[in-house]
Ligand binder design. Sequence first.
Ligand code: SF4
Ligand code: MSK
Length: 649
Amino acid sequence: MAKESLSAKDRAWDAASVETLLKAERDCVDTCFARMDTQSNQCKFGTLGVCCRICHMGPCRITPKSPKGVCGADADTIVARNFLREVVGGTAAHSDHGRHLVLRLKKVAEGNGGGYQIKDEAALRRAANDYNIEEAGRTKEAVAIDLANLFIGEFTSQEDPLKTLSLAPIKRQGMWEQLNLKPQSIDRMCVEAMHRTHMGVDHDYKHILMHAFRTSLADGWGGSRVATICSDILFGTPTPIKAKVNLGVLGEKTVNIVVHGHEPELSEMLAVAVKMPEIKEYAKNVGADGVTLAGICCTANEILMRHGIPVAGNFLQQELAIITGAVEMMITDVQCVMPSLPDVAKSYHTQIVTTSHIAKMVGAEHLGFDGNDALTSAKNIIRQAIDNYKNRDIKKMSIPKANSPMIAGYSVEAIKYMLGGKFRASFRPLNDAIMQGRIKGVVGIVGCNNPKQKMDHYMNVLTKELIKRDVLILKTGCAAIASGKEGAMTPEAALEHAGPGLREVCEAVGIAPVLHMGSCVDNTRILEAATEVVREGGLGDDLAQVPAVGVAPEWMSEKAVAIGCYFVASGVDVVLGHPFHINGSENVTKFLNEETKNIFGGSFHVAEDPHEAVTKIMDILNDAREKLGINKKAERKLLDMKDRRELNV
Ligand code: SF4
Ligand code: MSK
């Protein structure tokens, strides 16, 4: 029997979404929230992870009465195999995104960039140095070709371990070596994982799960990291930038184009094209005041971070954006795009457009994006959207007012600069603040939202409670957008909500207590920041020692599973707002939620209530502080001459 329908207020946290959900009901439009009700009796075998359809003697389902599949596989093997396949899905998605950018970088360096350029030469030279590529005295193109070739090797190498692993703290690299956990290459890890999980290959659940961690490292210290590096080189390393977020960013009298997905190549060009006089003129000719380009999900985050393009919403708002009746075109690329969009759009005038050769939808128009002539492609797509403005039905239009200001653009470089200025850019002030107890630790809150939970509620309650307790928050993906909507991403928010220590630091540096670090692949920026903290000194020599925790409160995607695994394999504890599909195996659950702590220094934890998560997180941070011997608030004392003489320095 379907669950009783929830009210709009029970489904969503922010006013704009509640308002638009009510409009969806009035317009009789089906959304993922309503479909969640019809799916409320979700398969318990799937939930427990004990359904196996890997071979055609099955599908087999494990129950107390039938504890083994036809081949003899037990719950441990089946649950572990299903888990590994999820990690492969996430790793493949992030890494294929990275691959596209590597190939683009190579083309640009070879002079066939299709309108793209090396926008951030400093980022290129920094990366070259990180990988020991000679750069002094060489042209940027020559350096970029070497870097792109090295990155291609990260996907294809057969024997050598990933070179990107060398960006991790030395101690962690040694641990991976000892555990035989260094991935040979991204593609090999994914292929090997699919082989291992084929019928009749790897049956030892721990052995399978260790490969899940190895595969995830090929994501976090491979494909995702490479994606972020290439994006920074091609499109610029983000610096703090102001923008607005929520459905209220859509214009009443402008042509509204919403980009949605993950890859930044097309959206970067759209961001350039909408500013061109010929496009503005074209929009005027159809009676519009101009073009509003806005984003959903991580394509939004990419162009937000570099151009300050407004964000219309996060994952669960993709259908709602169309339901405003004000969107002329939604341009999708890859990942997190609901196949329901063309159906929703049938009730309005919105054109749904797919652009990636790997992602099409029945009911959507495919306008293949030609990366080799990107600006022309971008302009053609925008013109088609403008042509659709005449079909907007004002009677069906209702744009919520709600939108909030936010500051985004916190790359690691930008944070260093904020902390130390141009000449002394470093993480030292952050390390000092953590050591002195003004900041208790750093928590990365990442991932999606999910109609199983009230949208954004857990993320925002958790964020508020943690900043109150002097915890600095780093955010990416849809979690970052949730905080933006909540108004937590402005320096003023620090004054209002942060604890006294965190407030003091935020005021001195001029940052918000919640920092937007980018898209889902940019979770690697969080690891990069944690690595900088280790390098700076005073907080241990490995990521596992830093008072830091990762949280995925409302996650839904396989990418989140891969991200969680590479955080844990890097030594960082990860709190999940709802469990993986693993509870059908006590052994797998115990391994992931307990035993990994002894192997990596970090493990998974589940807290279905945000307040329970706060307690868990503070315990983990305090435990780390205790072990470092910094768990007392040091009094800051101004030294007089006598004190200085006694210090004998
Ligand atoms: Fe069943 Fe084994 Fe085939 Fe899975 S691999 S479907 S458990 S017979
Ligand atoms: S977009 S993976 S819903 S965070 Fe990166 Fe949001 Fe999750 Fe997609």
